[in-house]
Ligand binder design. Structure first.
Ligand SMILES: [Zn+2]
Length: 420
């Protein structure tokens, strides 16, 4: 039994794509225009299934429900030629994750044009690991609008995100991965991006601790393709570098956050007015300068400016450091959203949320829906702490998830919904 799209779904999908074929670089993308007769419209595009209409169809049906198979999320608008192409060879060359990337990239491009934003467009598509001492290689991860990385504490979740950031910021992203003498397999990986052409950035850490970059196979001095990563983590002393641990005690909250999420303190301070505009938990966040420094009080706390937060459900303001750790997490996530929302107007942007327990509880679905919204021009990667890489979540067609199973050297990467 085939599960077909309704007329309404078809017209929504066509409209969201601007009636342009979603296949990157399609030479004849326009699928609507005047017909031969004076008063007619000619439509040549097709709504294709990402997961198949029939069980035995190309790409299969994953574990999707009937409602999901019929949904706008499971549909991609293509010209007639590309609608046929993606289904040839049972869709082998175009697995669901690839079509999800094409659709995400295309809709992001249309959303930008529609809003009058003409900025470089990009999409993080795939990470391929070919060497290194952490994972069973080769291994690959595909990314969607929202991607989950589920794994235990020794499973290399954070390492994966560091490597991604290394394509733009190798000094930071590879700080733990250089000078690892004795590794019999130096780190080597590739990141595939669409901008909108497909680009592969290769990163190789040599035994001499030098780093080599490749762009589509050619050696280059550095990666010139810009993608901005914001990695938001809990703010605690355990996460700062050893040489900063002593200074930590004297830092203000702003300095601590700035260090933990690796954002310039001025940029962080200047984004705060935007944080309260996000329609979630934080009503307002601001910096209160110290009123006066009394000589009777011990220095330290008093001379520092305070980061003040007013949460919607509380109605009164507190110092950031007085919030519970889950409240702090909400504040940090909203700071991340504000940073990524702004950045995505100008450069391709990925928000990485590392190990927050709010994604373990019942509010997770609500949050993730929020990140899936097309209002967001950035992609989100959510790291979920989970022993054995189990993910208690009903995945939607446009989400990607991988589980990381095992520990050091033997970690296996499994992409949900893919059998290869
Ligand atoms: Zn096409």
């Amino acid at each position: 039994m085939r599960i077909n799209f309704s007329q309404k779904t078809k017209s929504i999908v066509a409209g969201r794509s601007g009636y342009l074929c979603s296949y990157p670089g399609c030479p004849t993308p326009l699928t609507i225009g005047p017909a031969r007769e004076d008063d007619g419209v000619s439509k040549t595009g097709e709504v294709a299934h990402i997961y198949s209409a029939a069980k035995e169809g190309p790409r299969g049906q994953g574990n999707l429900t009937k409602a999901q198979l019929k949904s706008v999320e499971n549909a991609i608008w293509l010209c007639a030629y590309h609608a046929t192409l993606v289904d040839t060879n049972r869709g082998t060359y175009y697995p669901p994750a690839v079509l999800v990337s094409y659709k995400g990239l295309h809709e992001a491009s249309i959303a930008r044009k529609h809003r009058g934003i003409y900025a470089p467009l990009g999409w993080l598509h795939e990470l391929r690991i070919t060497g290194g001492s952490l994972f069973k290689t080769p291994a690959k991860i595909r990314f969607g609008q929202v991607s989950f990385l589920a794994g235990g504490n020794e499973s290399g979740r954070s390492s994966l995100c560091e490597w991604l950031t290394a394509i733009s910021d190798p000094t930071w992203g590879l700080r733990r991965w250089r000078n690892r003498y004795g590794d019999d397999q130096p780190l080597c990986f590739e990141v595939t991006l669409f901008n909108p052409a497909k680009i592969t950035v290769g990163v190789q850490v040599l035994e001499s601790a030098k780093i080599r970059f490749h762009l589509n196979g050619q050696e280059v001095p550095f990666n010139p393709i810009s993608t901005r990563f914001f990695t938001i983590t809990e703010v605690n002393k355990g996460r700062v570098a050893d040489h900063e641990k002593e200074a930590w005690n004297t830092w203000s909250d702003l300095q601590r956050i700035s260090s933990a999420i690796h954002i310039d303190a001025t940029a962080l301070e200047n984004i705060l007015p935007d944080v309260g505009n996000v329609e979630r938990s934080v009503q307002k966040i601001w910096i209160e300068e110290p009123q006066q420094v009394s000589s009777e009080m011990s220095d330290g706390d008093i001379s520092r400016s305070q980061l003040m937060v007013k949460l919607k459900h509380q109605g009164f303001s507190l110092h950031f450091s007085q919030l519970s750790s889950s409240e702090q997490a909400l504040v940090l996530i909203e700071i991340g959203i504000a940073l990524a929302s702004f950045s995505a107007n100008y450069v391709p942007t990925v928000l990485v949320l590392d190990g927050f327990s709010v994604f373990d509880d019942r509010r997770r679905a609500e949050w993730v829906d929020y990140f899936s919204s097309a209002n967001h021009l950035f992609q989100t990667i959510i790291e979920v702490v989970s022993e054995g890489g189990k993910l208690d979540l009903h995945l939607r067609p446009s989400w990607q998830a991988v589980s990381l199973v095992g520990s050091h050297r033997f970690v296996e990467i499994h992409q949900f919904g893919e059998t290869e």
